[in-house]
Design a protein around this ligand. Structure first.
Ligand code: NAI
Ligand code: MG
Length: 495
């Protein structure tokens, strides 16, 4: 366990936590119409961190009404793209000025190390808003040379009122990924944060108001998936729903969206292969394989959870990754020397422990890890499993914890099929110095992102999303914007 004394939280953070948090509807902070609240829990201790309004269908209805009004007739509807971009840039500036406050909120609510939220979650969210702010003025249609005496052109118009449901693994960053393209294109939003981690999104809502976002453009309804989330997905006056979370709930969203055939984008689970060839720089590949699974405690949809190692170097890489795992300092995220915090919730803790037990009872062997850590909070050991077979649950299903299965392979000819042997297709890693082999394998992998000699590299400009049951559509980059617009073809007779 990490030993440093915990960071003293900023006054702004303790004040934010001390006040019951409300919903943001039509530019005002309001209690849930039922008056209900729920607790956000500190996963390092299992204790209550803050009290939050529990929105449900009635609050979603009010938020959708506000978003519809703002979209059709509010100042947002008349605002120039340049002005929209300026407000988004201002949100980024304010977020950056409050980096430490957001890092602390994120660490307390989610559990991740403060050293990570400071350099990853908050700066990546800032960068996303700036990148998307730049796009606001660059969303263009085209002129099209059609047959006959006609002038034809296209316009890209905002899709309308958008519902966005996000998970708890990168609470602020997932809010940014969703809000960025929606605001840049001129949509209005109802955001439903995960019930485990509602706090940073609510604070972001305050900054968005401060930056001058008109009332109703961004509404934030905290609450549970089965109530608030389901009502949003099914709402007849929502034009698009964007969801990140489990594949199971992704399928429910698709069904719920069918009522009014709203557009749907989904960013779902993964079981990503990370493939190490014997001609790789073994030290870099080993460090990369550890980072691929242990970053954010394995709570990444793109986690490199199936580690394929060419058989000649299998033992060496397994030993290296296991050594890294042993050295990881596990402890409360607010300790500055912590490298791995608790899992986000008791539910996730039980789920991950269940997978570790299932793997071991089915005959897998833990080279390192395999157990929980301590008796308080939701800590587990970084774990490397070997002696697995492709039928085991730990090889097939998304664990969403710091648990990797390491498997040997014989040749490049067989590895693409093995790597693709899953219902998911989010990401993949390849480690080799043979550039031809790397590119030819990258082409064969059914994955939305392929990292070569690196892993977990994200950029606001680079599209991210999944093949197969890892999702529909892409986030970030230009691709994301297209999914928040409708194309209108206009045809004019010219003589
Ligand atoms: P989840 O899919 O239930 O939750 C994600 C979001 O969906 C939350 O905001 C939740 O309130 C909402 N939601 C839940 N049920 C809903 C419904 N019926 N209608 C509308 N919205 C709903 O994920 P959960 O239960 O937190 O985690 C379970 C597993 O999902 C994890 O172990 C992991 O495997 C996967 N997961 C994947 C993520 C990713 O980034 N792709 C993120 C979080 C979880
Ligand atoms: Mg769930």
């Amino acid at each position: 366990m990490a030993t440093a004394t915990p960071l003293q939280m900023q006054d702004a953070v303790s004040q934010f936590l001390a006040t019951p948090r409300k919903l943001l509807i039509d530019g005002r902070w309001v209690a849930a119409s039922s008056g209900k609240t729920f607790d956000s829990i500190d996963p390092a201790t299992g204790e209550v961190l803050a009290r939050v309004a529990e929105g449900d269908k009635a609050d979603i209805d009010a938020a959708v009404k506000a978003a519809r009004r703002a979209f059709e007739s509010g100042p947002w509807a008349k605002m120039s793209a340049s002005e929209r971009g300026r407000i988004m840039w201002k949100i980024a500036d304010l977020l950056e000025q409050h980096t430490e406050e957001f890092a602390e909120l994120e660490t307390l609510d989610n559990g991740k190390p403060i050293s990570v939220s400071r350099v990853a979650d908050v700066p990546l969210a800032v960068d996303l808003f700036r990148y998307m702010a730049g796009w606001a003025t660059k969303i263009e249609g085209s002129t099209i040379p059609i047959s006959g005496p006609f002038f034809a052109y296209t316009r890209r118009e905002p899709i309308g009122v958008v519902g966005q449901i996000i998970p708890w693994n990168f609470p602020l960053l997932m809010a940014a990924w969703k809000l960025g393209p929606a605001l840049a294109t001129g949509c209005t939003v109802i955001l439903k944060p995960a019930e485990q981690t509602p706090l940073s999104a609510l604070r972001l809502g305050e900054l968005a108001m401060e930056a001058g976002l008109p009332p109703g453009v961004l509404n934030i309804v905290t609450g549970f998936g089965e109530t608030a989330g389901a009502a949003l997905a099914a709402h007849p006056d929502v034009d698009k729903i964007a969801f990140t979370g489990s594949t199971e709930v992704g399928k429910l969203i698709v069904h719920a969206a069918a009522g009014n055939l709203k557009k749907v984008t989904l960013e779902l689970g993964g079981k990503s292969p990370n493939i190490v060839f014997d001609d790789a720089d073994v030290n870099k590949a080993t460090a990369g394989a550890a980072n691929a699974i242990f970053f954010n405690h394995g709570q990444c949809c793109c986690a490199g959870s199936r580690l394929f190692i060419e058989d000649k170097i299998f033992d060496k890489v397994v030993e290296g990754v296991s050594e890294s795992a042993k050295k990881i300092r596990v402890g409360p995220g607010m300790n500055t020397d912590t490298q791995m915090g608790p899992l986000v919730s008791e539910e996730q803790f039980r789920r991950v422990c269940g997978y570790m037990e299932a793997g071991l009872s089915e005959g897998a062997k833990a080279v390192v890890g395999g157990k929980k850590v301590g008796n308080r909070g939701y800590f587990v050991e970084p774990t490397v499993l070997v002696n697995t077979n492709p039928k085991m649950k730990v090889v097939q299903e998304e664990i969403f914890g710091p648990v990797v299965t390491a498997m040997p392979f014989k040749s490049v000819d067989e590895i693409a099929a093995e790597a693709n042997n899953t219902s998911y297709g989010l990401a993949a890693g390849i480690w080799t110095k043979d550039i031809g082999k790397a590119h030819s394998l990258a082409n064969k992998l059914k994955a939305g992102t392929v990292w070569i000699n690196c892993y977990n590299v994200f950029d606001a400009a680079m599209p991210f999303g999944g093949y197969k049951q890892s999702g529909w559509g892409r986030e970030m980059g230009k691709e994301a914007l297209e999914l928040y617009t409708e194309t209108k073809a206009v045809c004019v007779k010219i003589n």
